[in-house]
Design a protein around this ligand. Structure first.
Ligand code: ATP
Length: 250
């Protein structure tokens, strides 16, 4: 069964930060996304749910043009991303925290945090190096260490911190708490809440449904590259069969 909640009429007038319409993405002959639709408004937190292999990472990579869709349309801030390169989209205010973190050997924590730093499109830099280090005191303690020698949790913080130094309007987090110890995971969720409170929109892929239900304003649930639910946490809680059937959450 598909359950798609319509946006509130008052929201319809706002230009979405991200608008995805009828996305079809392939790897060679393998047809992975089958007509994905999703909308993210400025400042919103959206979770992308689904079991392994359902197309969450591919959706993120299609939005960012790493894996361009074969059909369908992606718009960022009202502009079509067709023919645009990932780095151009990142410059439009998207911070990407990829699965696997993307930390480079031979580059210090400080260098990771200054190499991508830049003001936002409005020329403002609310996320200075100092603010990032205040948010992640562990990074301050390891400031001259080689990024690749940090613990998994510290690397994750560095990956998020680096994305914040680009002063994004949207941050995309793919499995940011995967494989981390519970206490470190809690720290990452605390940071995600702080990011939300600071007004940055986010798209989050994560396995921790309880945290997602608490933090995310809306959820999009994928099954085999199709959206089977789109709505808020209340809608999802009111339909436990959705979580049970498609995520195995009892
Ligand atoms: N580079 C690739 N080449 C071919 N097929 C791929 C590639 N990357 C992913 N796939 C396939 O595309 C489908 C969707 O994968 P995707 O990584 O988007 O799923 P996911 O929901 O993010 O799951 P996971 O949590 O396992 O990453 C899967 O069947 C996967 O095997």
């Amino acid at each position: 069964m598909t359950a798609i909640q319509q946006p509130h009429p008052a929201q319809a007038a706002v230009t979405p930060l991200v608008e995805v319409r009828g996305l079809h993405t392939y790897y060679g002959e393998s047809h992975v996304l089958h007509g994905i639709d999703l909308t993210l408004l400025p400042g919103e937190t959206l979770s992308l749910l689904g079991r392994n292999g359902m197309g969450k990472t591919t959706t993120l990579k299609s939005i960012l043009a790493f894996v361009p869709p074969r059909r369908g349309e992606v718009s960022i801030k009202g502009q079509s991303t067709a023919k645009r390169r990932p780095w151009q989209l990142v410059r439009q205010g998207i911070g990407y925290v990829p699965e696997g973190r993307g930390i480079f050997p031979g580059i210090s924590v400080r260098e990771h945090l200054i190499m991508a730093a830049r003001p936002n499109e409005r020329g403002q830099s609310p996320w200075t190096l100092e603010r990032v280090l205040d948010t992640f005191p562990r990074l301050g303690q390891r400031i001259h260490h080689d990024g690749s020698l940090l613990s998994g949790g510290e690397q994750q913080m560095l990956s998020i911190g680096r994305a914040l130094t680009t002063n994004p309007d949207l941050i995309i987090l793919d499995e940011a708490t995967e494989g981390l110890a519970p206490l470190i995971r809690d720290e990452i969720w605390k940071i995600i809440r702080e990011i939300k409170a600071s007004g940055i929109a986010s798209i989050i892929v994560d396995k921790n449904i309880d945290n997602l239900l608490e933090v995310a304003d809306r959820h999009v649930l994928l099954v085999k590259g199709e959206v089977v639910f789109s709505g808020d946490s209340r809608g999802l809680r009111e339909d436990p069969s959705m979580l049970e059937t498609h995520l195995g959450v009892a």
